[in-house]
Design a protein around this ligand. Structure first.
Ligand SMILES: Cc1ncc(COP(=O)(O)O)c(C=O)c1O
Length: 360
């Protein structure tokens, strides 16, 4: 959709990336690093200074004490997810993926020779625990969770974590790959992390992304945390995938992290969500709730009976706003007449996009 948006010179609300400037301080720190001796390979796990800062942040936000050796710096969350699946999953095993799901989960499972078991979320985009339970067995190695959720923007409740805890109790071989790249972007509800839950944190690999948290998606830098026995295996895959990750970016982030206050990120994006929603109030779209992430899902049932793929392509070409059809996040490509907009944009872009969308 980004390619189509460029071709049509449409406003691109499809792919999830911010279009506003990043923090000047972050840029200045990066420039400073370039004059220092930070241009050679970093250690395999990442700079210890950065990993220590990450453990401090995890303690600050989630009150979990972790050792720097339980943190691995990765080339974005994507590589963290790939390395985890390759390390942990073997032929004959199964991995539960909850649909609609982000597109980088399934392929590494297939490459491992394992079977992806794709289970739809409820109509409200929350886990359908009964259905999940009936699809988990002793063959299930991993369940991949994503909270706050892309594409729906929904956020899990305490009850969801109780269900997950109980599932882990019943299936001692089951692990959780917890994709929390939007951990600091929640609105009315506070984010609950796998880091905070007893019985879950020691059975979870938690994935985070500096790209999402500091508006630097192009830096492709993130991290995962894992218990020692699993980390040893993940590092073996990491070694031959990338060995180590961009040193100047690591060094910059090690200096930047202690200066940042991530508690403001939710309200920063909440303002954008509210700004965008207010401007779509008089459109013919029905807006679904957005509790977290920087995505807004909209139903166009009142506007057209076209498939979501046809509809989003047409409005890109005819009205100049690109979105993502939700069917592409489902194994069965189910068409619920829903499209996703990314509101990580400046106000000018959101205003212009909303004006165009109100004409549909
Ligand atoms: C749910 C989810 N997981 C992982 C990623 C990948 O993050 P990164 O750019 O850090 O690889 C994204 C990016 O859009 C995402 O939305």
């Amino acid at each position: 959709m980004s390619a189509l948006a460029n071709e049509c010179q449409a406003i691109n609300l499809s792919q999830g990336f911010p279009n506003f400037p990043i923090d000047q301080r972050l840029k200045d720190l990066f420039k400073e690093q370039l004059d220092l001796n930070v241009h050679q390979y970093a250690p395999l796990s990442g700079l210890v200074e950065l990993r220590e800062q990450i453990t401090r942040k995890i303690f600050l936000h989630y009150q979990r004490e972790l050792n720097a050796s339980n943190v691995l710096i990765t080339a974005g969350a994507t590589q963290a997810i790939f390395a985890t699946i390759q390390a942990m999953v073997h032929p004959g095993e199964e991995v539960v993926i909850l649909d609609p799901s982000y597109d980088c989960y399934e392929s590494p499972v297939l490459l491992s020779g394992a079977k992806p078991v794709r289970i739809p979320l409820t109509e409200d985009f929350l886990p359908d625990w009964e259905r999940i339970r009936s699809n988990v067995s002793d063959r299930t190695k991993l369940i991949i969770t994503n909270n706050p959720h892309n594409p729906s923007g929904m956020v899990w409740d305490k009850e969801d974590f109780k269900e997950l805890q109980s599932l882990l109790n019943d299936f001692p071989n089951l692990w959780v790959l917890s994709d929390e790249v939007y951990e600091f972007i929640t609105f009315e509800k506070k984010h609950i992390s796998a880091h905070q839950i007893d019985g879950l944190k020691d059975r979870s690999i938690v994935v985070s992304s500096f790209g999402k948290t500091f508006h630097v998606t192009g830096w492709k830098i993130g991290y995962l945390t894992a218990p020692t026995e699993v980390m040893t295996e993940i590092q073996k895959v990491h070694q031959f995938l990338v060995f180590c990750v961009n040193s100047p970016a690591q060094s910059t982030l090690a200096h930047y992290l202690p200066e940042t206050d991530l508690t403001n990120l939710g309200s920063f994006y909440q303002q954008k969500r509210d700004f965008f929603r207010a401007r779509l109030k008089n459109s013919r779209f029905t807006l679904l709730p957005s509790e977290g992430s920087y995505f807004q899902v909209a139903s166009y049932k009142n506007i057209s009976s076209e498939s979501d793929v046809e509809f989003s392509k047409r409005i890109t070409k005819e009205f100049g706003v690109a979105s993502i059809p939700l069917s592409v996040f489902h194994a069965d490509n189910r068409d619920q007449k829903l499209i996703r907009f990314c509101f990580a944009k400046d106000e000018e872009t959101l205003t212009e996009a909303a004006q165009r969308l109100c004409k549909i």
